[in-house]
Design a protein around this ligand. Structure first.
Ligand code: XMP
Length: 519
């Protein structure tokens, strides 16, 4: 296994992700935990030093134990990790002098023969010299390299972009090979793990086994409560935890009456009947819709739903005796966001509802088995656990559900119309084979009635808007360019099949300036 020593970079998890993509098992450990004894016990086959925000020129800045260099295994130092390596092995790092570099840069090799360059520098720049695009992000720079090291690549701002001690297989790179802006960074990792002797036979199945072991270790014989939303993340977390501890797990599914057509039944059928997971179906539609009655302000609606959700969840969780843990399907991007943006000066666009405050309020400890994973990895894990593909590939669905797709006041009548229209729309998308190309697609029912004519009669019904966007992470999005034929056919079907709608529009706003949901 490979050890990643974390010096606090925002992108350390991306290193792990690149390595998992290469089917190499790795673990990230914060530098504070990595002692001589730890290293001996872990016995890594290779080590990566992550980047980090500190400056090695600062007294007391993070260091690994010196014994890491005596393990006799390959080491890759990235950015801050590179500088730590240089400093500890006898080189010199300096701050400032206008050599900070942030953003895209091109590096050129001084010597292409290095083992770790296999498959790199195949393209040349305008002047005919081979080069690679990389992502730089550093304030400090190496002023003198350590004895035994040689320079293998340079960039205009980083004369020591890649240095290496080939005998010991120590590699020090100034840039970040793990980010997407270093397009061939993966090749560098691939070469590194090959040099370290990894065979690349690790799989998601092994990840599952390891995750199960960790859950058992953390939970022991205690009980765990899991809030199930029907979404992919909480579902994968629930099935994984159930595999680990069986009926020590109870799921609570808060049904706020704002779900899509047949959704509640499907969730109950899958978890209670198929997986035999103890499940409390909290059918609280009356409560939620009652309190939402007459409310039209988006934030007020969100706040009501968030508050009731916590109340209801707590009420049902209290009936589970001896519960000590709360399971959550937190993913790595959620972790990064909360670290880098918490307390920041950003304004609240929408108050997202989640159960973030619950664990402290209820005195529960957290189990978050997906904390290290990205969405596509969660899906792969879900497949590994036998969840059906149709379920794993589902579009994200927001916690407040249809409430935010029904701008203005919510009524049961509008919700019913919305559910039917949405089902027709999604059916159309699936039939045309477009579902997997789209990040999210749904119908919003508009708070306006318009006049129409059907047959010989006048209609006065609701208008609806179709929404479909592509996105990588939901933070930005483009509207999906359906063909006019598709849109026409879908509009006809909705108007013919859904009583209560007589006008269909297509929302062609991207995000920003729009948001994906309507409220
Ligand atoms: P917006 O509308 O902000 O949505 O562009 C971005 C993504 O987040 C989802 N979303 C939510 N998810 N609780 C959630 O769990 C919420 O309160 C919430 N609001 C929006 C939205 O569906 C889209 O995927």
């Amino acid at each position: 296994r490979l050890l990643i020593i974390d010096f606090g970079s925002q992108v350390t998890q991306l290193i792990a992700r690149r390595l998992r993509e290469l089917n190499v098992y790795c673990e990230i450990h914060p530098y504070q935990n990595v002692t001589d004894a730890f290293l001996k016990d872990f016995s890594p086959k290779a080590v990566v030093f992550s980047g980090g925000p500190d400056s090695v020129t600062r007294e007391g800045s993070p260091r690994p134990p010196a014994s890491v260099f005596d393990l006799g295994v390959p080491i890759l130092g990235i950015c801050y990790g590179q500088q730590v390596m240089m400093e500890m092995l006898g080189g010199k790092v300096e701050s400032g002098h206008g050599t900070a570099e942030f953003g895209r840069a091109w590096i050129a090799p001084t010597d292409k023969s290095l083992d770790i360059f296999n498959g790199l520098f195949l393209e040349s720049g305008p002047d005919g010299t081979p080069r690679e695009q990389v992502w730089m992000s550093h304030g400090d720079h190496v002023a003198r390299i350590a004895p035994g090291f040689e320079v293998y690549a340079t960039s205009p701002g980083a004369p020591f972009a890649i240095t290496a001690d080939e005998t010991r297989h120590f590699y020090a790179v100034q840039f970040h090979p793990e980010v997407h802006h270093t397009p061939n960074g993966k090749t560098l990792y691939e070469n590194f793990v090959r040099i370290a002797g990894f065979s690349g036979d690790w799989t998601m199945a092994a990840y599952r086994d390891e995750a199960i072991r960790k859950i058992r270790e953390q939970v022991g014989d205690k009980r765990v409560i899991c809030g199930l939303s029907g979404g992919v993340d909480s579902s994968v977390a629930a099935v994984l935890i159930h595999e680990a501890i069986g009926d020590q797990l109870t799921c609570v599914f808060v049904d706020h009456g704002l779900l899509r057509m047949n959704e509640a039944d499907e969730v109950v059928a899958m978890f209670r009947d198929h997986y035999n997971i103890p499940l409390i179906h909290a059918d609280e539609a009356d409560l939620f819709l009652g309190e939402l009655d007459g409310q039209s302000d988006p934030e007020t609606k969100r706040k009501i739903i968030g508050r009731l959700f916590i109340d209801v969840f707590q009420k049902h969780a209290d009936t589970i005796e001896g519960a000590e843990f709360l399971a959550q399907g937190t993913l790595y991007p959620d972790v990064i966001e909360s670290v880098s943006f918490s307390g920041g000066p950003s304004v609240t666009i929408k108050s997202h509802h989640n159960v973030g405050g619950l664990p402290e309020k209820m005195g529960l400890k957290l189990v978050e088995p997906l904390r290290e994973l990205f969405k596509d990895e969660v899906r792969a894990l879900g497949r590994e656990l036998g969840l059906p593909d149709s379920f794993i590939g589902r579009h994200p669905f927001p916690g407040p559900g249809l409430a935010i797709r029904c701008p203005g006041e919510i009524t049961r009548e509008k919700l019913e119309i919305l559910r039917k229209a949405d089902a027709v729309y999604i059916d159309q998308i699936r039939k045309h084979g477009l579902y997997d190309e789209i990040w999210q697609a749904f119908v919003a029912i508009l708070p306006v009635r318009t006049v129409g004519v059907m047959g010989d009669g006048r209609t006065y019904d609701y208008a609806c808007a179709l929404r479909a966007v592509t996105s990588v992470d939901g933070m930005t999005a483009d509207y999906y360019p359906f063909s006019h034929d598709f849109l026409g056919e879908t509009a006809t079907r909705i108007i013919n099949e859904v009583k209560g709608i007589n006008r269909v529009t297509y929302d062609i706003t991207s995000k920003p300036p729009g948001t994906i949901e309507w409220e």
